[in-house]
Design a protein around this ligand. Structure first.
Ligand SMILES: Nc1nc2c(ncn2[C@@H]2O[C@H](COP(=O)(O)OP(=O)(O)OP(=O)(O)O)[C@@H](O)[C@H]2O)c(=O)[nH]1
Ligand SMILES: [Mg+2]
Length: 294
């Protein structure tokens, strides 16, 4: 999709058709109607004000405007301080199937690569398979997993995990949650309960709340993100399955509408398929297929 946008500027002059096609392509690439309009309007204005006549210069302006949009949200990123002896708790949320459990394994691997002591908590007690899946990941990446049986109270799992994290000098505790609580009220109540339990041990836990959004769900991902951010304060977004979509424009809607920083991207099913999100690398990879691994 973005390659087509790049090609759009391979013409001899800037004309009205360029803007019409650009808007259409942006919308098709999941950028969303509002943000697409905004980007086209900004581009037109700068072309006028800066007397730009060369289409390739116009493309560069668009590229910079898109980076700026993503950087606005990135600026909201909180500084994270990992203190020795205090578990840094990461709560991972999201609708079912978005890639939470896989992302937890990736985050665990990421933190382990810095030499941190990582532990996982199987807070998704809804299905036995969810607990097994996390356990298998734990074995694969050599990471202890605290779990109870299916149907157990996630609060009890988190309570045990917090205690175990303290006892075993864990630096990073990552908590899985169920994505299937159907009403927003239940979801809110559950996440708030987990937070209270964590805070009995660590007053500012969870220090990171990651919302996993499946990039292939397009604008629907934005709707989910809006709902979740009403239930719990999201600190970071993980955009998963970017390898499975040719679009990727959802990042711009998220940045604009939510202002929540996208911190990570998932680019495959392996633990190593995680990258830190960088606006410039992201835009370049969309436009030119560059920036391997972001
Ligand atoms: N291609 C690709 N697949 C991914 C990525 N992240 C997760 N997946 C796949 O998406 C599917 C769902 O992933 P899970 O981690 O089980 O998702 P979940 O949110 O924990 O799902 P539930 O526990 O059922 O709510 C699995 O088949 C994963 O391998 C990614 O970045 N790229
Ligand atoms: Mg899961």
């Amino acid at each position: 999709m973005f390659r087509e946008i790049t090609r759009l500027f391979d013409r001899s002059e800037i004309d009205e058709e360029l803007f019409e096609d650009l808007e259409m392509l942006l919308i098709q690439a999941d950028v969303g109607w509002d943000v697409s309009q905004q980007l086209v309007a900004e581009l037109q204005q700068r072309i006028r004000e800066e007397h730009i006549v060369n289409p390739s210069d116009a493309r560069e302006v668009l590229r910079l405007e898109m980076i700026k949009l993503l950087e606005l949200a990135t600026r909201n990123r909180r500084v994270k301080i990992l203190q020795r002896g205090v578990p840094f708790v990461i709560l991972v949320t999201g609708v079912n199937g978005t890639g939470k459990t896989t992302s937890i394994a990736k985050l665990a691997h990421y933190h382990k690569s810095f030499g941190r002591n990582v532990m996982l908590a199987a807070g998704d007690t809804f299905r036995a398979a969810a607990i097994d899946q996390l356990t298998v990941w734990g074995e694969r990446i050599d990471c202890p997993v605290i779990s109870h049986s299916q149907g157990a109270d996630p609060g009890a799992v988190v309570f045990d995990a917090m205690q175990a994290a303290h006892n075993r000098n864990v630096d990073v505790l990552i908590v899985d949650t169920a994505g299937r609580l159907h009403t927003k009220h239940n979801l809110m109540a559950e996440l708030q309960k987990l937070r209270r339990i964590m805070q009995k041990h660590v007053p500012d836990a969870p220090q990171e709340v990651v919302l996993v959004i499946d990039a292939t769900t397009g604008q629907n991902g934005l709707v989910q993100a809006t709902e979740f951010s009403k239930a719990v304060e999201i600190s970071d977004i993980m955009l998963s399955k970017l390898d499975s979509t040719a679009k990727g424009g959802i990042a711009f809607s998220i940045a604009k509408q939510l202002g929540t920083p996208i911190s990570y991207v998932g680019t495959g099913e392996k633990v190593t398929d995680l990258a830190e999100f960088r606006p410039d690398t992201y835009v370049d990879s969309l436009f030119f297929g560059e920036g391997e691994g972001f």
